[in-house]
Structures are given as C-alpha cells and as structure tokens.
Write a protein that binds this ligand. Structure first.
Ligand code: TGC
Ligand code: FAD
Length: 389
C-alpha cells in the first residue's frame, strides 16, 4: 500500500487555520532551500554565517514574530511555535538563534523596556540587522540563577556592572546583550551595547552539540552604563524567568521538528535499505520502533498545539509550559537515538541529519531549564511542596 506521511497519521493540519499552515510552509521552504543544503558543513566546521542568516530570518519575519509593533510581525503564539518546529527540523542551532533573538532578548526589551529602549533596538532586531543575546546563566549558577554574582552598583547616575555569564547563545556576535545582575534592589536587567568598554564575549569552543550555533562567555569588567540602560519594568527574578517561558514555549514545538526530521529520515532509509534480502521496513521490529516513535511525535505535536492555544488565550501557566518542555525534548532525544539505530553505521555520519539532531538535543535537554528542573516545577505545582532546595 502507499505509505502515509506522519502529518496524515495525526491529521495535524485539521487543527490549524489557513494562515498558520501558510506560515509553516513558508518557513519550511526557506529552511529547505537556504539552510538544509549547508547545515551539515556548518555543524562540522562549527561555523555559522549568523549575520547573513539573521538578516534572511528577519526578512522572513520570524524574529520576534509573536511581538506587536516596532517592526515585529504580531503573529499568534501558535504560528510562532509552528515556525520554531520548521526551524528546528533543520537544526536546533537555527531555532536557538531565533529563540534567543525573539523570545529572550527582544521579549525582555519589549516586555520590560522603556519606550526609548524599544525604539532603539526592536526594529533593527526584528530585521536581523542587530543581534541580541540574553545573559542569565553564570559558571556557578545555571539551574539556580537566583544565586547570581554578577552585580550592578550605582556611581552617581551611572551603573557599573561586574561579573561573568556563561553558555550564552549569540554572545560573541551580539550587538546588544540583555544582562541580569544583582543590585541593592534585587535582580535587574540591563541593556548593554556590546561595544561598551569592559564588555567582552569569548566564544566557547569544542562543543559536541549545537555546533551550528555561537555559544559564549560574557565578561563584564567595570562596564559603565547610563541610568537609562536598566529595564524599568523588570524587578526581581520574575523578570528573567518570565522571558524563559517564551523561549521554552518555542522549544516545545521546536523539539518536535527535530524529532520529525529524524523519523522521516529513518522511515525513508528503512524502506530503501535491504537487510537479509528484504527491506528493513518490512521487519516487525522496525515497524514497532517506527510506530512507537510516530505515536510519541504525534502526542508531542498535539500537546504543543494545545499549549499554543492556551498561550494565545492568555491563560498558559509556567508549569504547563514545563510539561511541554519536559515531555517534548525528552521524547525527541529518544526518537533521535532510536532513529540512529535504524540507520546503522550510516547513522553516525553527517550524511544524515539524525546524529546531528541527537547531539543538539543534548543541549536542548539542558538549556531553558533542565529536565530535572521542569520535573521539580511540575512536582511543586502538583504537591504544593518545593523541592529545589
Ligand atoms: P522562585 O521563588 O520559584 O521564583 C522567583 C520569582 O519568579 C517567579 N517565577 C516565574 N515568573 C514567570 N515565569 C516563570 N516560569 C517563573 N518561575 C518563577 C516567581 O513567581 C517569583 O516571583 P516573585 O514575584 O514572588 O518574586 O525562584 P527559585 O529561585 O526557587 O527558582 C525556581 C526555578 C528553579 C524554577 C528557576 O530558577 C528556574 O527556572 N531555573 C532554571 C534556569 C533556566 O532555565 N535558565 C535558562 C537560561 S536561558 C537559556 O538557557 C537560553 S538557551 C536558549 C537557546 O539557545 O535556545
Ligand atoms: P547545573 O545547574 O549545574 O545542573 C547540573 C545537574 O544538576 C543537572 O542535571 C540539573 O538538572 C541537576 N540539578 C540542578 N539543580 C537540581 C535540584 N535542585 N535537584 C535535582 N537536580 C538538580 N543560558 C543563558 O542564560 N543564556 C543563553 O543564551 C544560554 N544558552 C545556552 C546554550 C547552550 C548550548 C547551553 C548548553 C546552555 C545555554 N545556557 C544559556 C545555559 C543553560 O540555561 C544552563 O546550562 C542550564 O540552565 C543548566 O545549568 P548548568 O549547566 O549550570 O547545570
């Protein structure tokens, strides 16, 4: 019989409107034409033409696409999620570039910034002419950002920032860094142009995951900023954590893109590959693997769309975002590894996307809240007991 596609199995398109389908298909086409032919090379070389890509992604309208005004596309959260799914179907590093730009750096300014900060940065960031990064994690404080040591002290009207941030996506290529620092008044956010004296961002090398993504340390040594650099509307840890909900939401969809790409590759490979004189796809063990993976993929996509609808209705809660991030990334990495088995030795090369996705998903499992952090967020919501400390 003629095989069905994965999307036919779950009839996912029946849950989307025409505009959402059009956005998804436009992003898929751009990614397939422009990025897919080169991504293996970029991953191997650990070199991404990020500036050029940012402009192309800006022209596509995906940078800050769920934000209103200031040159942003003002699309729904669900449409943004569908775009993330297509971006991550090519590589988690490409989705990361877009997540950090739109959901972390731009969102932080859009949600918490002054009118001047928004006008200065958002239109250029939406166009991909200026790149942003988001510095929360420190070498000694990842899951527990509340312990951060980076600090901002007053000197007259100015602020002086000192400290180190670690594992910062887009850090070395950024024009602007949103940096979270401890002040006398609790944690506050600062908009730091990266050419400010005392700011440097050495790139982190030798990563075996997210190689097609720039990851950096941020070093702040007596960085002097005017009073106007502080984000006026973010006060306390809820400022940065509120931004994380946005990026985590995109990952819920994105991870399913990576999983889908692996499964499509494995199904096609299994149909072509002959083992013991028969198509690999014709063995029951292969079909059981494919069926189980397809079920998890479909469930994850349905969960993503459900959370998208809640987000568009303005009712989604952080612990609900945690359910999606925990489940979809955990299942995506399992799918990637299982697909790798179907490809045998070919599965370990960059000729196929599978090991690249599997390796990338190791980072995705850790960043934006590790799986364990999301288990604890859900556990706290369901038991009323906090088990972080
Ligand atoms: P806790 O006492 O729970 O909360 C402190 C304040 O924040 C509020 N809050 C939130 N607000 C909005 N959204 C959320 N998700 C929130 N979670 C908490 C909370 O209501 C409270 O507000 P207030 O007004 O009462 O002060 O804080 P805690 O110190 O106990 O920590 C809780 C915990 C562990 C969940 C939190 O620290 C956490 O999420 N840790 C994980 C850190 C993390 O995810 N870092 C990500 C860094 S960015 C990144 O990885 C980018 S990679 C992107 C890419 O390349 O794609
Ligand atoms: P740790 O917090 O040291 O955790 C180590 C282990 O301990 C994990 O398994 C964790 O789940 C577990 N653990 C921690 N606390 C508990 C607990 N209470 N109970 C049980 N287990 C616990 N950060 C940014 O700010 N901006 C970025 O742009 C950014 N980009 C990133 C890009 C990449 C490629 C990577 C890998 C990371 C990035 N990060 C970024 C950092 C990321 O958010 C952190 O790595 C993450 O929050 C985990 O922190 P950690 O690595 O310090 O691990």
């Amino acid at each position: 019989t003629t095989p069905q596609s994965l999307s036919e199995l779950f009839a996912i398109d029946t849950l989307l409107d025409a505009e959402e389908i059009a956005i998804r298909d436009t992003v898929r086409k751009m990614v397939d034409d422009r990025i897919r032919p080169h991504i293996g090379e970029w991953f191997e070389a650990a070199a991404l033409p990020a500036r050029e890509l940012a402009k192309e992604l800006g022209a596509l309208g995906v940078l800050g696409m769920h934000l209103e005004g200031y040159g942003c596309a003002g699309m729904s959260a669900t449409a943004y999620g569908l775009a993330c799914q297509e971006l991550e179907a090519v590589d988690s590093g490409i989705r990361s570039l877009v997540s950090v730009q739109g959901s972390l750096a731009m969102f932080a300014i859009h949600h918490n910034g002054s009118e001047e900060q928004k006008e200065e940065w958002l239109p250029r960031m939406a166009a991909g002419e200026a790149i942003g990064c988001f510095g929360l994690t420190e070498p000694d404080f990842g899951s527990n950002p509340g312990g951060m040591r980076t600090n901002a002290k007053r000197d007259g009207d100015d602020w002086i920032l000192n400290g180190t941030k670690m594992w910062i996506t887009n850090g070395s290529i950024a024009d602007v860094a949103v940096v979270w620092a401890r002040t006398e008044d609790g944690v506050r956010g600062f908009v730091v142009p990266t050419d400010t004296p005392g700011f440097s961002a050495p790139e982190i090398k030798n990563k075996m995951s997210l190689r097609a993504s720039v990851t950096s340390e941020l070093v702040l040594e007596d960085v002097r900023l005017p009073a106007s650099a502080m984000l006026p509307k973010a006060r306390g840890l809820s400022g940065p954590l509120g931004c994380l909900n946005e990026a985590r939401f995109g990952i819920i969809f994105g991870a399913m893109g990576a999983a889908r790409d692996c499964l499509e590759t494995a199904i096609s490979y299994a149909r072509d590959r002959k083992v013991f004189d028969k198509s690999l796809a014709a063995y029951q063990i292969t079909q059981a693997k494919i069926a189980d993976m397809a079920v998890e993929l479909g469930k994850g996509q349905l969960l993503a769309i459900h959370l998208g609808r809640l987000k568009d209705a303005g009712t989604v809660r952080p612990e609900q975002v945690s359910t999606g991030k925990l489940n979809n990334v955990r299942e995506a990495i399992k799918i990637a590894r299982e697909c790798r088995t179907i490809l045998g030795a070919n599965g370990i090369t960059l000729e196929y996307p599978v090991i690249r996705h599997a390796n990338n998903l190791e980072s995705v499992l850790t960043y934006e809240g590790t799986s364990e952090v999301h288990q604890l967020v859900i556990g706290r919501a369901l038991t009323g007991e906090e088990a972080f400390r």
